[in-house]
Design a protein around this ligand. Structure first.
Ligand code: CO
Length: 134
């Protein structure tokens, strides 16, 4: 079921500062910031060739990463995103196995314009997992 690692997401309190670290200190290639109001975040992608790092900054009052940043004020690793060939089949299989799909349980359109869903960290070794349609 599981395909390649699409990205590692890092929640940050200051997207410009985190972008500068990746661009200037680490010499990485970055996308322009992209506001995703439906997801309550602004994202910058760091292109690593074999995968990406997604820098996430809260957007709006009800950002899903606000609580995480309250606990981790300097930022921190927020989730891993794995690709799957068929997100609806993956979702059905995981639900049948008792895994919890967050939100209303249905895929939403993610940052790459593809369907994504999030799985409860308590069901996956303490790590928030995002699945993205490959
Ligand atoms: Co993500």
């Amino acid at each position: 079921m599981l395909g390649r690692l699409n990205h590692v997401a890092i929640a940050v309190p200051d997207l410009a500062a985190a972008s500068a670290v990746y661009r200037d200190t680490l010499g990485a290639k970055l996308s322009d910031p992209q506001a995703l109001p439906d997801h309550g975040v602004t994202v910058v992608f760091v292109d690593l060739g074999n995968t990406k790092v997604e820098l996430l900054e809260p957007l709006g009052d009800a950002s899903p990463i606000a609580a995480f940043l309250a606990k981790n004020p300097a930022g921190g690793m927020h989730h891993l995103c794995y690709e799957v060939d068929d997100i609806l089949a993956a979702s059905d299989r995981l639900k049948a196995d008792g895994a919890r799909v967050l939100g209303d349980g249905e895929p939403k359109t993610g940052a790459h314009g593809k369907p994504v869903l999030f799985l409860h960290p308590k069901d996956f070794a303490g790590t928030l997992v995002e699945l993205e349609q490959a």
